[in-house]
Each structure stands twice: as structure tokens, then as C-alpha cells.
Design a protein around this ligand. Structure first.
Ligand code: PEP
Length: 253
């Protein structure tokens, strides 16, 4: 039985002081939770200060970064490497988020290099995939998901399903307040698993945790996590407030 996993994507929110306050609140509110794995992905500058708090509080909350470069070091102004994330306490790295794909022009080939580098450096890549509204309306959801999976995971070998996470995040549901229905999430994630099974074999695919993301809120979290193919939730806006993130985590019990 896979353990539920719930993550918060803070995006470009929270300066160091604000991030420390939220991290302390989450440690205190969620200290008793053992039914779910929890992670938070703050901006880069907040990683190390939060890591100190997580250690002081002996919290089980894991730390994740929102992006990284695939090269180990060098002349890449403004970028950060897998090793830097690890040295700041990061265990997970979000790759291919729709905002990276659509605002910063990242494509599957580029994301693929990052996935390979994360795995090589023993960081858990959280690969995000999902279709645009036009693509869904045109009946292309499965085609888009399959091509993102095959492109971003091209040449990747996975011998242990715990080494990677996938988030299905329909772009039309991110930050819009429009959530996929639990049935839409289930249907898409079932298809994600089918493609993963074709790529890595059924038993690896069955073990990979697939999260749903897109306007998850305290009042829809339970219905979404009740779907058999939804193994976890990836939360943007509603993870910026300790009370609402706590409610979402507790809804998954
Ligand atoms: C996200 O950014 O991954 C996300 C799911 O955002 P929101 O919950 O705000 O839709």
C-alpha cells in the first residue's frame, strides 16, 4: 500500500522571514501526522533557513526545490544545481511545472536532462505534466500527456518507484480555482499509469506515486484523494496558509 503524499508549491511567494514563520507553523500543526508524507517547495533562498527549522523541530516534512539546472556547475547565471539543492537540505525537485513550460519555454527535451541529473544526484524528481484547455477541448489530453511523459523520461531507467514522483496538473486548473473533477483526475491518472507501465513495466508503474495538482483546496481534497489512481496532492495557492494546508493534509487520512 502506497503512502499518500501531499506537497506544497509556494511558487514565488514568501521572503525568508515569512517562509520561516510558515515553516514553524507547519511543523507545529503537522507534527503528529504519520499517515501521509509531506513536503514543501519554497523559493530557493528559503531552502536552507527552512531546513534549519525542520531539523530543530525534528520534523518529518521534506524539503523540495521548484526547479534546477541539469549541469553540475559553471557559467549559468541565475541557475542552481542538484548538488546545491541537496546541500541546502532538499530531497525533491519539481521539474517541468506548467509555469516553467509555458512562461519560461521549457520543453520535454530540456526537462529530460534535468530529470536525468536529479536522479544521478539522488534527488527525487517530481515531474509535472498536464494539458492546456484547448488541448482538452480538442480531445488531445491523452496524446499530450503521453508525449510529455515519453519526452521527459526518454532514456531514464527507474529501478525503484520511490525514486520519482509524477504530478498530473491540468494547466486549466492551475491557479484558476477550477479543479478537475475527481473523475477527470482519475481518468487522466489511470492513463498516466498505463503509459508508465509501458515504459517501465507494470510493477514499477504501480509503485510510482502520481499526485493530482490544480486548485486543490480543503473542500475538494478528500474527494480527489479518494480516487484509486490519485496517490497524492500537489498544492499551490492553498499551501501558502498553514491552516488550509493542514486541512488538506488531514483530508487525505
Ligand atoms: C501548482 O502550482 O502546482 C498548483 C497546483 O497551483 P494551484 O494549487 O494554485 O492551482
Amino acid at each position: 500500500m502506497k503512502k499518500v503524499i501531499v506537497g506544497g508549491n509556494w511558487k514565488m511567494n514568501k521572503n525568508v522571514q515569512e517562509a520561516q514563520t510558515l515553516a514553524r507553523q507547519l511543523c507545529d500543526r503537522l507534527s503528529d501526522v504519520n499517515f501521509a508524507d509531506i513536503f514543501i517547495c519554497p523559493p530557493f533562498v528559503d531552502l536552507y533557513p527552512i531546513n534549519i527549522i525542520l531539523r530543530e523541530k525534528e520534523s518529518k516534512i521534506m524539503l523540495g526545490a521548484q526547479n534546477m539546472h541539469y549541469e553540475p556547475k559553471g557559467a549559468f547565471t541565475g541557475e542552481i544545481s542538484a548538488d546545491m539543492i541537496k546541500s541546502a537540505g532538499g530531497k525533491i525537485v519539481v521539474l517541468g511545472h506548467s509555469e516553467r513550460r509555458h512562461i519560461f519555454g521549457e520543453d520535454d527535451e530540456y526537462i529530460n536532462k534535468k530529470v536525468a541529473s536529479a536522479l544521478k544526484n539522488e534527488l527525487i524528481p517530481l515531474l509535472c505534466i498536464g494539458e492546456l484547455l484547448e488541448e482538452r477541448k480538442a480531445g488531445k489530453t491523452e496524446e499530450v500527456i503521453e508525449s510529455q511523459l515519453r519526452g521527459s523520461l526518454n532514456g531514464i531507467e527507474i529501478d525503484d518507484p520511490e525514486k520519482i514522483l509524477i504530478a498530473y496538473e491540468p494547466v486549466w486548473a492551475i491557479g484558476t480555482g477550477i479543479t478537475a473533477t475527481p473523475e477527470q483526475a482519475q481518468e487522466a491518472q489511470k492513463f498516466v499509469r498505463k503509459v508508465l507501465a509501458d515504459m517501465f513495466g507494470q510493477s514499477i508503474a504501480d509503485g510510482i506515486r502520481i499526485l493530482y495538482g490544480g486548485s486543490v483546496k480543503p473542500d475538494n481534497a478528500e474527494a480527489l484523494i479518494s480516487q484509486p489512481e490519485v496517490d497524492g496532492l500537489f498544492v499551490g495557492g492553498a499551501s501558502l496558509d498553514a491552516e488550509s494546508f493542514e486541512k488538506i493534509v488531514r483530508a487525505t487520512k
